[in-house]
Ligand binder design. Structure first.
Ligand code: 8X3
Length: 256
């Protein structure tokens, strides 16, 4: 009796939050996972805890992403079943009038160009597997603007359009394009990074909210999508905590 070879995945942004949780979850589900991010110390910890293979990769660098492709060729024989694009995030909450263009550039570079760069480089390996998935982690910020959000709204809306165009371009090929758009997720770093390391401001984002989503909640949805029979495509999944009806409509309980 032959045993089917494990499915293979690359997860970007795997040093923390949703990327880390997704890499760990897919490894626990029996996938061979190459978890990539910029921070080698965190990757080493992930590897020791989960058995994921790891590689330091900067999605904003052509050279670094070419090295990722070489590693996929070595490790997986050039056949990749899932590319999970998580690297990205938000920088700042300035209004358009106060826009910090370096932050806007940074968000475009990681969320949009980073995802394009990695996807373009790994598409041959996804094709070669004949059972490919491209997951793009966008956000509800791609669906509705909010004050102070324009830079992040624009970057995530750009990534959403990347997903939609790619799905059309790959129609007829055995590659699913899956967009997962979370609302309020409490992770160790998302708000802290966005708010420049201001811990009190980061904690206030979740103040009084009953159970914001966790990184593991999002990893569950991604795992469901990539483990589903391959003719079933969750092309866009929006996930919010029960307490959040829309970006601006969040039930908060204070002092109860
Ligand atoms: C996170 C959702 O509301 O902070 O991607 O933009 S929000």
């Amino acid at each position: 009796m032959t045993t089917a070879a494990p499915l293979t995945a690359v997860v970007t942004g795997a040093s923390s939050g949703i990327g880390r949780a997704t890499a760990a979850r897919l490894a626990a589900d029996g996938w061979r996972v190459l978890a990539v991010a910029r921070r080698g110390d965190r990757l080493a910890h992930l590897a020791s805890q989960t058995g994921c293979e790891v590689l330091e990769v900067d999605v904003t660098s052509d050279e670094s992403v070419a090295a990722l492709r070489a590693r996929v060729d070595d490790l997986f024989g050039g056949r990749l079943n899932a590319l999970v694009n998580i690297a990205g995030g938000a920088l700042g909450v300035e209004t358009v009038a106060e826009a910090d263009l370096d932050k806007w550039q940074g968000m475009y570079d990681t969320n949009v160009l980073g995802a394009v760069r990695v996807t373009r480089e790994l598409l041959p390996a996804l094709r070669a597997s004949e059972r490919g998935d491209i997951v793009l982690l966008t956000s509800t910020a791609a669906q509705a603007a909010y004050e102070g959000g324009a830079g992040y709204n624009a970057a995530k809306a750009g990534e959403h359009m990347l997903a939609d165009a790619l799905r059309l371009e790959l129609n007829g090929e055995p590659i699913r394009v899956i967009e997962v758009a979370p609302g309020m997720v409490r992770t160790e770093e998302f708000s802290l990074v966005r708010l420049g390391g201001d811990r009190a401001a980061a904690d206030a984002v979740y103040d009084g909210v009953d159970r914001p989503l966790t990184a593991e909640d999002c990893a569950d949805v991604i795992a469901y999508a990539v483990n589903a029979p391959h003719h079933v495509v969750l092309d866009l999944v929006t996930i919010r905590p029960l307490a959040q009806a829309a970006n601006h409509k969040v039930a908060r309980h204070r002092g109860l």
